[in-house]
Design a binder for this molecule. Structure first.
Ligand code: BEZ
Length: 161
């Protein structure tokens, strides 16, 4: 079941390769502490809609999100930290979108946003969703009902803020 509004984001440790190549271990509890942030999830690095539309929408509108009080944008997907670093570099996310590697799928399960793509030989992935997380508490969460990014892309997210 999808995490409910007012619940706290699960505390999950993950590995992250910073822009300078340094690997650090972070915890969602510290990443989201004391800030109003956007967390969006998607099925996979380099997959067509994720790569060509979803992440680019947040990179393009990062300043507008900031102007509306958003202090950070995090994109999560199931995959390792090398994959997510390579994807961040490929898309030039810079400091606009942090690419969180949910290596063990723990955050995906904790948020209740699993997507079974075993039929497509892609295993268990993260459903396309976007949440506003305020000081670690889920303030809103919207799941994409079908294909595309009509509900979870940056345009729709901005319109709801
Ligand atoms: C995509 O286009 O982003 C996508 C394609 C297949 C499975 C999951 C995502």
């Amino acid at each position: 079941m999808t995490i409910a509004v007012s619940e706290r984001i699960p505390s999950v440790k993950f590995k992250h390769i910073q822009a300078d190549g340094t690997t650090v271990e972070l915890d969602t509890a510290e990443v989201f502490k004391g800030k109003k942030m956007i967390l969006f999830g998607l099925p996979g690095a380099f997959t067509p809609t994720c790569h060509n539309q979803h992440v680019p929408s947040y990179v393009a509108r990062a300043e507008e999100l900031r102007a509306k009080g958003i202090q950070g944008v995090v994109c999560m997907a199931i995959g390792d930290h090398w994959l997510m670093r390579a994807w961040a570099d490929s898309l030039g996310t810079g400091d606009k979108v942090m690419m969180l590697a949910d290596g063990n799928g723990e955050l995906t399960r904790g948020l209740g946003v699993e997507l079974d793509l075993t039929g497509a030989k892609m295993g268990i992935r993260t459903r396309r969703f976007v949440a506003v997380v305020n000081d670690g508490v889920i303030e809103s969460i919207d799941v994409e009902p079908a294909g595309g990014i009509e509900v979870t892309g940056a345009d729709a997210c901005l319109a709801r803020l």
